[in-house]
Design a protein around this ligand. Structure first.
Ligand SMILES: [Zn+2]
Length: 362
């Protein structure tokens, strides 16, 4: 192993590194290809996860979209600690990125440039029968519907698939009907978890295309939010130590302030597990999720009218922000608990990362 390593790194390899115009120096980053999900090679759309492949990329610190001029329209993405691996870097294409070469710079040596310029394309690629983007909430009242017609007996692996335009991940698959008209309805869940916010496509896979056609008016593409932000009005996310999880006082939730009376909505779907009043929590409600976890809203203005055992959908009204119980100022105290749930054997965990994500998308 030691000898091999010496051979591999001790001898300079004289390989022309594409557009960078130099020779490959041992340990120096090399970019060999760039790709984005559902796009032709060297094409990407803003918001997509771009994969840069090459060698010695683990020390990369920045990815620069050089654009058409050498410096004027550069857009720099600083890489997080885990974004760069030896042969691969994953980076989200920024909205201001322009078509042109992509440069990877590390701590040492000359930056590596992509052999081909990347073409920044607008929005979505052509889909089966695109009807335009709609907005959907995972677990919400409305589902995405995809209608299709099978005219010729389809192959066994013919499927309708829900695929993320952002990452290329296929999150759900449905077998095709044998013949005639079929419909798929999707609630935005990836198993028992809401799929992450982003743009999704419902489409026929390659095996299905020769024998089936999407129907016009189908939700072939849409923007999905992983849930609803619970406070439906102006609000201030938890910021101080006191409002955060733990906070030196075993705070089991996070506190988000809003005007008294601001409506509260279920952030995701589930079944009401508790609905009560308590000296400290005030009027509270607990919803059990499909995955066994649960979430609790506290200090509500009144007892929720949604009964224990009732199903709730993402976005359903559960109550209003207030300061009932032990609270100074009207706020939502939200708790997230791991399975099997709130005071059923689960453990509370920090709700702030989820609240921040929901706040961005809904
Ligand atoms: Zn609190």
């Amino acid at each position: 192993m030691v000898l091999l390593a010496l051979l591999a790194f001790g001898v300079p390899v004289a390989v022309a590194a594409g557009g960078s115009g130099g020779t490959e120096v041992p340990g120096q980053p090399v970019v060999s290809s760039i790709s984005c999900p559902l796009q032709p090679p060297n094409s990407c759309a803003a918001g997509q996860q771009m994969t840069v492949r090459g060698n010695n990329l683990h020390s990369a610190q920045q990815v620069t979209f050089v654009g058409s001029s050498p410096t004027r329209d550069n857009v720099v993405v600083n890489l997080s600690a885990r974004a760069a691996q030896p042969t691969e870097i994953n980076v989200t294409v920024p909205s201001r990125a322009k078509s042109g070469p992509v440069r990877v710079s590390g701590l040492i040596g000359t930056p590596a440039t992509s052999p081909e310029p990347v073409r920044i394309v607008a929005g979505l690629p052509a889909t089966d029968d695109a009807s335009g983007s709609k907005k959907l909430i995972a677990g919400g009242k409305r589902e995405a519907h995809f209608g299709y017609h099978v005219s010729v007996r389809a192959q066994a692996d013919a499927r309708v698939e829900a695929i993320s335009f952002t990452t290329g991940k296929i999150v759900r698959r449905w077998p095709l009907v044998k013949s005639g008209d079929g419909t798929v309805s999707w609630n935005g869940f990836d198993g028992k978890e809401p799929a992450r916010s982003g743009i999704y496509l419902l489409r026929l896979n390659d095996a299905a295309r020769p024998s089936a056609k999407a129907k016009a008016g189908s939700d072939t593409q849409f923007e999905l939010a992983e849930g609803f932000f619970p406070i439906r009005g102006r609000h201030k996310l938890a910021s101080s130590e006191m409002q955060r999880f733990g906070g030196g006082r075993d705070h089991q939730g996070t506190d988000h302030f809003a005007a008294c009376g601001t409506p509260l909505a279920a952030w995701t779907s589930g079944v009401v597990q508790f609905n009560g009043s308590h000296g400290a929590a005030g009027n509270y409600i607990v919803v059990r999720r499909a995955n066994g976890e649960s979430y609790a809203y506290m200090h509500m203005q009144q007892r929720s009218t949604v009964k224990v055992g009732a199903k709730v959908f993402a976005g359903q009204r559960l109550g209003r922000v207030s300061d009932s119980g032990s609270a100074s100022g009207c706020h939502l105290h939200i708790e997230l608990w791991t399975a099997p749930g709130w005071y059923k054997g689960g453990e509370p965990y920090d709700s702030l990362p989820l609240m921040k994500r929901l706040d961005k998308h809904s």
